[in-house]
Structure formats: structure tokens, C-alpha cells
Design a protein around this ligand. Structure first.
Ligand code: SF4
Length: 355
């Protein structure tokens, strides 16, 4: 339990820093509109602010309110999301927009339980919307907050294990300034992002320097502690971009795998790197692409696409054919229609590189 005097000191130091020193600017800061706060929080999950900013502006411009987003066709929203990754966020975005628009008459719930009931809204997002839009006394606990608290209070329990995480969440709840949770939450997140950074924190500019245990003990680079490294799965993707008569073969990804609902070209996945001759035999024998009517345009160098738990190693095989062969599960589409579809970032990166 944090003593009252520590809580007062913590809150006061943070507030002063925020009002005098904090000059971090973001378009959603200080606003009370729950729609825009929610939108920014969903976009920023697992995304850097610099990258998310342009997406936030495009979404607000295209869909100024929750009804506009709820009424938008899925493909259009996915196209706007293209490049952000983690497409389950986009599916949840649409689901929640429709829930709010249809079942809640466009109004976001002003309670923790109501917010947590929305798809894609966990404790962090509920605390952000609840405190910023409605002034609810909910402490946000993101990576920035975990880092600041574990360093100031010298907590060395791993933050990725339930016990360490729980201890820090309880501490965050106790320290929250319930008179102004919005200001407090914004201030501590900004401090973590700009001063108490993961590497080389700028302790000289920090309002907590005099009492920070990690600073005093010289352990800022060791705290927060993490228990394990994320296990990586390596996958090998070979995309056949088969072009014929102004069309290409594509399909929409289904199932529980990555990139659900996004489009892709004909895919061959292997557990090990495939040789060029192996790819050619797959094209001409397994898919039945007629050899005499097909020209191999190019095979790209290997592209590496890093996801949180997976590393995708990929090559693009580009072919032109005068025959429209049928490949089960794929359909021929005009190039102009394909431009409107949302593809995984790996594919759009390749498309941009050959333009
Ligand atoms: Fe972080 Fe340094 Fe401030 Fe401690 S003194 S909270 S390590 S920036």
C-alpha cells in the first residue's frame, strides 16, 4: 500500500511536469469525444505513434463519427487500415462501431463494465476512454506506465508474469489522482514515452529523479524485468503472381491464421526454403500452368517480414500467361478491382517496390 504522502508527492511532481515541461503533441490529446479517443487507442495498439498518426487522420476524415464508420463497407475500411497490421483490430473496430451505432444509438458507454463489453476493448483501452472522455477514476497501464512505476519504485518482479503485472496494476490504481484522472493518465504515459524511455532514459529531466530507486541504484537499464523472450516461428511463403489478359489470380484469406480477411495471390507455403526448380515444378505441374503459354517475368529476392511471433520469409514469383488456368479457391480479377482490395503489408511493400 502506498503511503498517502508518497501518493501526493508522486501526483504533484507528475502534474507540475505535465503543465510546465510536457510538450508532446498528438491530435487526440485533451479531446473528450469518446469516438476519436477510442479510434486513436485502437489504432495505436501495437503501433508507433508516428505511424498511427496518419492513419488516425485518414480515419477521422473518412468517417467523422461512429455512424459513418459503422455504415462503411468492410472492404473500404480494410483498405484504409492496409499497412497497419494486426487486422483483428480492424475487424473489432467495425464490430464495435456497429454495436455503438445500432445498439447504443451512437453513444459510448460511460462505465468501465460497459466499455469492457465492447469488442477489442480491454482494460487499458477502457481506462483510456473512461478517464479521457468521461473522467472515470481508471488508471491506464500500458508499457510506458509499467516502465515508469517499476523504475521509480524499484520493482524487479517480471512485468510479463501475472504476479509482477498485478502488483504494478495495484500500484497504478493507488497512485491515480482521482480528482483529475485524465490529466494524470496522460502525464504518466507521456513521461514514459518522452523521458523515462526504454533505453537511456533522460533522468536529468525527470520529476521523479530525486526519489527514483532505479536511478539511485543505477538499474535503469535492467528495469523493467522481463522473464522470457518471445518464441519465433519461421515460415516460408512463395507468392505466385499470375497475370493474364489484364487479370490476376487472388483469394481472400480465411480461417484463424494471420491476415484473416485480407487478399493475397496464389500461395505456396513450405517449412523450409524452396529451391527455384521446386517452385517451377509446382507452377507447371501442380497448378497446371501451361508451360508453352507462360513466361516467367521475375522471381524476387527473399523479403523478410517480422511479426510479433512469426518471421515470414517470402519470395514473389511473377508470371504472364495467355491462358486463364483455374486454381481452386482463387479467382481471376481485373487489375483495377485488385487495386481496391486490402493486402498484407508484405505484398503492398513488394507492389510499391516494382512500380
Ligand atoms: Fe525513469 Fe530516470 Fe525518471 Fe527514474 S529518474 S523514472 S529511471 S527517467
Amino acid at each position: 500500500m502506498v503511503e498517502k504522502q508518497h501518493k501526493v508527492w508522486f501526483s504533484k511532481a507528475l502534474k507540475n511536469w505535465h503543465l510546465i515541461e510536457n510538450n508532446r503533441k498528438m491530435p487526440w490529446k485533451g479531446i473528450k469525444d469518446p469516438y476519436k479517443i477510442w479510434l486513436s487507442e485502437i489504432i495505436l495498439q501495437q503501433t508507433r505513434v508516428e505511424q498511427g498518426l496518419a492513419y488516425y487522420n485518414r480515419f477521422v476524415e473518412s468517417y467523422p463519427d461512429v455512424h459513418a464508420l459503422a455504415n462503411a463497407p468492410d472492404n473500404q475500411v480494410f483498405k484504409l487500415w492496409e499497412g497497419l497490421g494486426y487486422y483483428s483490430r480492424c475487424r473489432n473496430l467495425l464490430k464495435t462501431a456497429r454495436t455503438i451505432s445500432i445498439e447504443h444509438a451512437g453513444l459510448f458507454p460511460a462505465s468501465k463494465e460497459g466499455l469492457l463489453a465492447l469488442s477489442g476493448v480491454g482494460h487499458y483501452t477502457a481506462a483510456a476512454i473512461g478517464s479521457f472522455a468521461f473522467g472515470l477514476p481508471l488508471a491506464v497501464v500500458d508499457g510506458n506506465v509499467l516502465r515508469v512505476l517499476s523504475r521509480v519504485f524499484g520493482i524487479s518482479a517480471p512485468i510479463d508474469l501475472p504476479a509482477g503485472r498485478k502488483a504494478l496494476e495495484q500500484l497504478a490504481d493507488q497512485l491515480l489522482d482521482t480528482n483529475n484522472p485524465a490529466l494524470y493518465n496522460q502525464a504518466i504515459m507521456d513521461l514514459g514515452a518522452t523521458v523515462c524511455k526504454p533505453r537511456q532514459p533522460i533522468c536529468i529531466a525527470c520529476p521523479f529523479q530525486q526519489k527514483c530507486l532505479a536511478f539511485a541504484l543505477g538499474t535503469t537499464e535492467q528495469i523493467p524485468v522481463k522473464s522470457k523472450k518471445i518464441k519465433q516461428r519461421e515460415r516460408f511463403f512463395y507468392y505466385l503472381i499470375l497475370e493474364s489478359k489484364g487479370k490476376q489470380l487472388v483469394r481472400q484469406r480465411k480461417g484463424k491464421d494471420i491476415w484473416q480477411d485480407l487478399f493475397e495471390f496464389v500461395l505456396k507455403e513450405t517449412d523450409e526454403p524452396a529451391e527455384e526448380k521446386e517452385l517451377k515444378s509446382w507452377l507447371f505441374w501442380n497448378l497446371g500452368t501451361p508451360k508453352d503459354k507462360t513466361a516467367l517475368v521475375s522471381i524476387s529476392d527473399e523479403m523478410v517480414h517480422q511479426l510479433t511471433h512469426q518471421k515470414i520469409r517470402c519470395r514473389m514469383v511473377h508470371l504472364r500467361s495467355s491462358a486463364l488456368v483455374n486454381v481452386e479457391g482463387y479467382q481471376w480479377m481485373d487489375l483495377s478491382a485488385i487495386k481496391q482490395l486490402a493486402f498484407p503489408r508484405l505484398i503492398t511493400r513488394y507492389q510499391t517496390s516494382i512500380r
